[in-house]
Design a protein around this ligand. Structure first.
Ligand code: HEC
Ligand code: HEC
Length: 267
């Protein structure tokens, strides 16, 4: 079923030049998601949103749609022009790793969890709202809103079969281990040579890729605004579907981009 939908999209993407036609929010469809595989000794087998049982399918689909287009479904809670899927590729339905973006498969089995940032135990709603406040430079969704319930239902569905508090190796950023001192001057070169084509000369985004700084980017309180996090994400995922930067290049470009202006997070 899924293949039928994915193949024409992939062909289309090839025909018109991998990215030229697709809005960056659609670009996830050019990739065929891995259905089942072993990751570091743990079985990864995320179900598709449309396979959800009838009783929760509408909520799961709304949750998935919000991840891919929050500007459409929860516009009043979003202050920038990235989507959840800009970082959590394909709504987080991914085994992570190289070119997978930040997975969210199993995330419902990971929370409630202690977070050093808030110094308290956060549940999945609080953790989701942290990304609304910071990564989306927006506002917290009311916990009992239809939309938050949809997102949480979606997270539970894509966490199907994952044992609560089990080890989930594909979650989270894999930090770069290097003694290299990040150099923003070298990073500017990396940016000009490898990022500009999609993210634009001034990092403000284009039709094919979201912004990296400026008014419409994630704010300075976001996880992605931290040099080490940015470097880890870029090393595994950028340039898009190629991800061939060396660890040092990723650290350098992270030093350059995280030093650029972006909205300020107000607590
Ligand atoms: C600019 C990039 C970015 C965007 C956009 C973004 N996130 Fe995140 N998100 C992150 C980072 C970075 C983390 C922390 C990953 C880690 O723990 O290593 C994270 C973590 C999470 C987690 C917890 C995952 C875990 O493993 O503990 C959830 C849930 C989440 N995000 C939901 C969302 C939702 C919902 C949206 C859209 C409303 C969103 N995120 C948008 C970057 C982003
Ligand atoms: C071939 C086009 C392309 C190139 C080149 C590219 N990106 Fe991206 N980038 C994307 C797309 C597309 C997304 C969103 C992915 C999605 O929605 O599935 C993205 C997302 C991102 C994100 C997370 C969302 C955001 O905007 O904050 C970061 C950070 C990022 N890219 C950094 C970089 C850096 C740094 C480089 C250069 C080393 C780079 N990218 C090169 C296409 C590209």
């Amino acid at each position: 079923m899924k293949i039928k939908v994915l193949l024409p999209a992939a062909l289309l993407a090839l025909l018109v030049g991998a990215f030229a036609a697709a809005n960056f929010g659609d670009s996830v469809f050019a990739r065929s998601p891995q259905k089942s595989m072993m990751v570091d000794g743990v079985r990864y087998a995320a179900p598709s949103p449309n396979e959800a049982p009838a009783s929760i399918r509408a909520a799961v689909m709304l949750g998935y749609n919000i991840m891919n287009d929050p500007q459409k479904y929860v516009s009043q809670y979003v202050g920038d022009s990235v989507t959840c899927s800009s970082c959590h590729f394909n709504g987080g339905i991914s085994p992570g790793g190289k070119n997978g973006g930040l997975s969210l498969v199993g995330v419902a089995a990971k929370y409630p969890a202690y977070r050093s940032r808030s110094g308290q135990v956060d549940d999945i709603i609080a953790r989701t709202n942290a990304c609304f406040l910071r990564s989306m430079n927006g506002k917290a969704l009311p916990p009992d809103s239809k939309e938050m319930v949809a997102i949480v239902t979606y997270f539970h569905w894509i966490s199907k079969g994952i044992p609560i508090y089990g080890r989930i190796p594909w979650l989270g950023l894999k930090h770069i281990e290097s003694r290299h001192k990040p150099n923003a001057v070298a990073g500017k070169k990396v940016f000009t040579q490898t990022c500009v084509a999609c993210h634009g000369m001034d990092g403000q985004g284009t039709k094919i890729a979201p912004p990296l700084w400026g008014k419409y980017s994630f704010n300075d309180g976001a996880g992605m605004a931290h040099l080490q996090n940015f470097a880890a994400f870029v090393h595994d995922n950028m340039p898009y579907q190629v991800s061939n930067l060396t660890p040092d290049q990723a650290l350098d470009v992270a030093a350059y981009v995280t030093a650029q202006p972006r909205p300020h997070f107000v607590k």
